[in-house]
Design a protein around this ligand. Structure first.
Ligand code: TXD
Length: 319
């Protein structure tokens, strides 16, 4: 049986890391695409040359032509530009919206059956636009944010409690970053919910609140340290987990920016919710009961995403 094909649209920091991880894990043959000629080819060759040493069998090629992604099973999109000093949110939105248009059309033409994972910021609006431009089924187009946000939350909790990251589960809802809604009562250490751990004296509510805030600011913390560019190791690892869930039909329960139509009282919009990812793409959206505080926070997050989508429609009236 032929190996699955994984197309990475954007060969920047995250794209390169995705290519390395996908190849090392032998998830399939990797095609790295970018409009900057030479970069995808160079990164692909470098990774391919590491394969005898790393002992993995995976084709890794670089390209600046959409034809090369033909028939891809998974497409992971990181194409776009980051925000530069002096650039407004709308400037960034306008540029990345144009990128989503060309990427959406390219994927729809050459890999219409792929499972598409969008990473480009502002995430919740870009994944919506990518779906609109590609015209692909909603369950096959998804955004990566929740796996990263919950990964950061889990790491900070494991550090706080001095336990293995493997035994910490976290539950997050809502948009990426600032408006993320972590649900403490569904977040656990060895099955014990966080509020119980506070009661047991493992930590204090103040410390927990500080961890939640640090998680919300997780992206900015890395940007502040790196000075140029944003996080790429953890974002790439997060998207790979989603791609693997699809390729291996794992039915993983993962928080993703998914198309929600009906659940949570929403009508056809992308926002971070718990999902089941398997061979059908987003096979299920898990609707949990929200208490009043969580509902308020979730509504705020939904409004922030709606604002961005409206701004996109203002920039491109065809949407
Ligand atoms: O949780 C999340 N979703 C995120 C999102 C976490 C971290 C970073 N997040 C966002 O991912 C970030 O704000 C960016 O929008 C993307 C990609 O981040 P990365 O760090 O990989 O950015 P780079 O290094 O600038 O890479 C972007 C590449 C670069 O090589 C460009 O030449 C290319 O995108 N690019 C394009 N490729 C194909 N087609 C088009 N049109 C195009 N335009 C630019």
């Amino acid at each position: 049986m032929a190996r699955p094909k994984i197309a990475l649209i954007g060969a920047g920091q995250i794209g390169g890391t995705l290519a390395h991880l996908a190849a090392m894990r032998e998830l399939g043959d990797v095609v790295l695409f970018d409009i900057v000629d030479g970069v995808p080819q160079g990164k692909a060759l470098d990774i391919a040359e590491s394969s005898p040493i790393g002992k993995f069998d995976a084709g890794v090629t670089g390209t600046s032509s959409y034809e090369a992604i033909a028939g891809a099973d998974v497409c992971i999109v990181t194409a776009g530009v980051p925000r530069k000093p002096g650039m407004s949110r709308d400037d960034l939105l306008g540029i990345n919206l144009k990128v989503m248009k060309s990427v959406g059309e390219g994927i729809a033409k050459h890999a219409p059956d792929a499972f598409v994972i969008c990473i480009t910021n502002p995430l919740d609006a870009m994944v919506w636009a990518l779906r609109q431009f590609s015209g692909m089924p909603a369950e096959k187009v998804v955004g990566m944010a929740g796996v990263l946000d919950s990964g950061r939350f889990r790491y900070f909790l494991a550090e706080e409690f001095g336990v293995s990251v493997k035994d910490v589960n976290a539950f997050v809802l809502g948009g990426h970053g600032d408006t993320m809604v972590p649900l403490s009562r569904y977040s656990t250490v060895g099955g014990i919910p966080l509020p119980d751990l506070v009661e047991m004296g493992w930590t204090t509510q103040e410390k927990l609140d500080a961890i939640i805030q640090r998680t919300r600011d997780g992206g900015a913390e890395i940007v502040g340290l790196l000075k140029t560019g944003s996080a790429f190791y953890a974002p790439a690892a997060s998207a790979i987990e989603m791609a693997e869930a699809y390729l291996k039909d794992q039915k993983r329960v993962l928080p993703c920016a998914a198309h929600v139509d009906g659940a949570y009282g929403l009508k056809g919009m992308y926002v971070g919710v718990p999902t089941v990812i398997g061979a059908g793409g987003v096979e299920k959206i898990i609707e949990i009961k929200l208490d009043r505080n969580d509902k308020t926070a979730f509504d705020k997050s939904v409004d922030a995403v709606k604002g961005l989508v409206e701004a996109c429609k203002g920039i491109d009236p065809t949407l």
